[in-house]
Design a protein around this ligand. Structure first.
Ligand code: ADP
Length: 715
């Protein structure tokens, strides 16, 4: 055998394996089924290539036709795969159209003279195929067009697919590009121009596709590989042994009984038939069994199917009623039983009764079972079956209830309930399989019931919790409302009191200042000192009262801004003049670095004054010796006012606490007295004017407070 044939054969075997993998995955998904068909086309194509190449002149035409027949399936199957992949609904008409087209093309391939007209066997080199009209008019368009369409379909899915789907499509398309590109060149394009030298290459290059698709499968979860490989191997073995047996039988029967030699072609056809039978026997049997079961009402059911269906339905809900309903429904329809009941118990007492099927009466069951439930429980945990019970109260109770099987539902030593089942619709007795099913389902059902109980408990608990929270919230909001009222009253009082205090204090300040200025006659040095002290204390009091007033306005939301354009330098001078004597009292120097000219800003003048009084006041308060300097600068189109001192300063952590209500810092500076309101007010006023306030400070070195203002438009 020449090496080309060996390569073709290897490709055939690999593709068969891949086809089998998909075959086992296919039943539930149309996409995979279509892909299996595609691979079948490839497998057929490889096999016919092999047979075509070894065929004699007599049968070459026959294999030549098949050689063009199989490739018609490949793109058609692949397009349908592409349409369904990964899990999509597809227009049935489109699929039918593609199938129809394929059938037409395939028929033409088999028809004499249409696609393959004749095969010429030269003495050396590859056989030469002479093509018919259908090849030139249809075939050479059919294959590339369908491949092109499948590319388009898959490419669109690639673009909007999930990452996993994209990976899978990528590998499948990559493989396909290699395989179909080469396949179409060697087996379609070249032959069209009479070159048949490389027509075996197409089959061999299907390796690429096989390789890529397998990679996609293993690496990207196209199918569950271990299971599939295991099944595929067992199936291949089965096929192999069947084929060997069959071929052997054919040979021996032929020679021994009929004394004739079986031809090669006949063997191939028979082998193909064997393979087809092996593929189809199992699904066909299942299908027919299902139908006959239905028709004859036979008592057969697939235990595995029933059990997996039941456990799925048990885990699908946490609501007790639904759970029992699902379980009964599954058991009754699966095992073909006329009726069933689930009695749910809690601490030996019946809490719920769920029934299904014929003549269910909750009332009757409750009545009959009253005080007698424990008879049904049995001791072993095995189902109690009416026909197997000895005469006695258990049997009588089941008879009274009209049920035939009773199964205790138990988790560890807690009894969750009893499952009662009626008669089998066929009239048969319960088989050991039936009892096994009940036995297997019972523990699962018990756990599910327990879960449902816990769920119900949690649900109820959360309901109570919700109510409690609601009540607490109502209480809280009532208290909150009261507190607000009291707080509003307090604010009003503070506001009134401050107002009342401010007027006399301003008057006191005025009077003292008049005396100090010498308008009332000469005063002694001693009196001056006392009067100055009185004046400063009074000024501090005024500042405090002003801050209280501001706070009450802020709290009541009564802060209003009255913007105007004014000269900031004048305000700074005014504030410094007012605070001069306080600075002097502590031996501090008050400096201003505001330049010669005026600096016009647009802001609320009174608010700016308040801010300055507070900042400069703090500078004086928190500085033991040195200077307090007020400066002006311009930054990013804003006027920035800076109040710097050489006082006690603050650390980083302390700075973070500033500008909050009542934020007085550590005890060491408490001796300076204060309320912790000044900076808070400054911040509210500055941000109220949509500007910024900030601070830079080093402990023991001094602080620099800044705030920004808008330039007046006039500048
Ligand atoms: P008060 O001065 O009434 O305590 P403030 O809100 O004006 O309240 O200031 C808050 C705190 O910030 C002060 O208690 C003080 O500890 C600190 N502080 C304010 N200004 C300065 C400053 N210039 N230097 C050092 N610490 C300061």
């Amino acid at each position: 055998m020449d090496w080309k044939n060996i390569l073709v054969l290897v490709s055939f075997i690999l593709n068969t394996l891949l086809g089998l993998m998909f075959y086992f995955r296919a039943p539930k998904k149309k996409a995979y089924l279509a892909f299996t068909v595609t691979i079948l086309g490839i497998v057929g194509w490889c096999l016919t290539m092999f047979l075509y190449r070894i065929s004699s002149a007599g049968s070459a035409l026959y294999w030549g036709r098949l050689l063009y027949f199989f490739p018609t399936i490949i793109p058609a199957g692949f397009v349908i795969f592409g349409l369904y992949f990964p899990d999509e609904k597809v227009s049935k008409k489109l699929v039918a159209f593609i199938v129809g087209l394929n059938v037409l093309m395939a028929t033409l391939c088999l028809a004499p003279g249409a696609v393959v007209r004749n095969v010429v066997v030269p003495s050396v080199g590859e056989k030469i195929i002479q093509f018919g009209w259908a090849y030139y008019f249809l075939y050479i368009f059919y294959i590339p067009l369908l491949f092109g369409f499948s590319y388009w379909v898959l490419f669109r899915k690639y673009r909007k697919g999930s990452p996993l789907v994209r990976q899978q499509i990528l590998y499948i398309l990559l493989g396909l590009t290699g395989a179909s590109g080469i396949g179409m060149t060697t087996n379609l394009v070249l032959p069209t121009f009479g070159n048949f030298e490389y027509n075996w290459l197409g089959q061999v290059f299907l390796f690429i596709w096989v390789g890529c698709a397998s990679y996609a499968i293993i690496k990207h979860r196209l199918v569950n590989i271990r299971l599939v490989v295991a099944r595929a191997v067992s199936y291949v073995l089965l096929l192999f042994s069947l084929t060997v047996f069959y071929v052997f039988a054919l040979f021996s029967l032929g020679t021994v009984f009929y004394g004739r030699v079986v031809g090669r072609g006949e063997i191939v056809v028979n082998v193909l038939l064997t393979v087809t039978i092996a593929f189809t026997v199992y699904p066909l049997r299942k299908y027919l069994e299902k139908i006959t079961d239905k028709i004859f009402f036979k008592d057969r059911y697939d235990m595995e199917d029933l059990l997996s269906g039941l456990s799925r339905s048990l885990s699908s809900t946490l609501v007790l009623g639904e759970l029992c309903g699902n379980l009964l429904k599954g058991l009754l329809t699966g095992m073909k039983i006329d009726k069933g009941v689930m009695v749910i118990l809690k601490e030996g007492k019946i809490v719920e009764v769920y029934g299904r099927g014929r003549e269910f009466s909750e009332e009757l069951i409750r009545k009959v079972l009253k005080g007698r439930v424990e008879y049904l429980l049995g001791s072993s945990g095995q189902p109690l079956v009416y026909d197997e019970l000895a005469e006695g109260r258990r049997k009588r109770l089941l008879e009274e209830l009209g049920y035939y099987v009773s199964q205790k539902l138990q988790v560890k030593d807690r009894v969750m309930g009893v499952l009662l089942l009626g008669m089998k619709l066929s009239g048969d007795i319960y088989s050991s399989r039936d009892i096994e099913v009940v036995d297997i389902v019972a523990p699962q059902a018990s756990v599910a019931i327990e879960n449902a109980f816990s769920y119900e408990e949690i649900r109820r608990f959360s309901e109570t919790l919700k109510l409690e929270v609601k009540k607490a919230t109502t209480d809280l909001s009532r208290t909150n409302r009261k507190l607000r009222e009291v707080s509003a009253l307090k604010d009003e009082f503070v506001s009134l009191a401050s107002h009342e205090l401010r007027t006399p204090m301003t008057a006191i300040g005025g009077s003292i200042s008049t005396i100090l200025d010498g308008y009332t006659g000469k005063i002694t040095q001693k009196s001056r000192e006392f009067l100055e002290a009185a004046y400063n204390e009074n000024a501090r009091l005024i500042r405090l009262v002003n801050n209280l007033l501001n706070i009450s306005r802020i709290e009541a939301g009564r802060l209003k801004y009255d913007y105007s354009e004014f000269d900031l330098v004048l305000i700074i001078k005014e504030v410094m003049e007012n605070l001069l004597s306080q600075a002097k009292e502590k031996g501090l120097v008050l400096k201003s670095k505001v330049g010669k000219g005026s600096v016009l800003v647009r802001a609320d003048k009174d608010k700016v004054r308040e801010i300055l009084v507070n900042l400069v006041g703090n500078g004086i308060k928190y500085t033991k010796k040195g200077t307090v300097t007020v400066g002006l600068s311009e930054k990013k189109g804003k006027v920035v006012c800076e109040v710097a001192d050489t006082g006690i300063g603050m650390g980083k952590e302390e700075i973070k606490k500033l500008f909050k209500k009542f934020s007085r810092l550590d005890g060491s500076r408490m001796e300076a007295g204060g309320t912790g309101l000044g900076l808070y007010i400054c911040r509210v006023l500055v941000t109220g004017m949509k500007e910024k306030i900030w601070v830079e400070s080093t402990k023991e070195k001094g602080s620099r407070f800044f705030f920004s203002m808008r330039k007046a438009k006039g500048i």
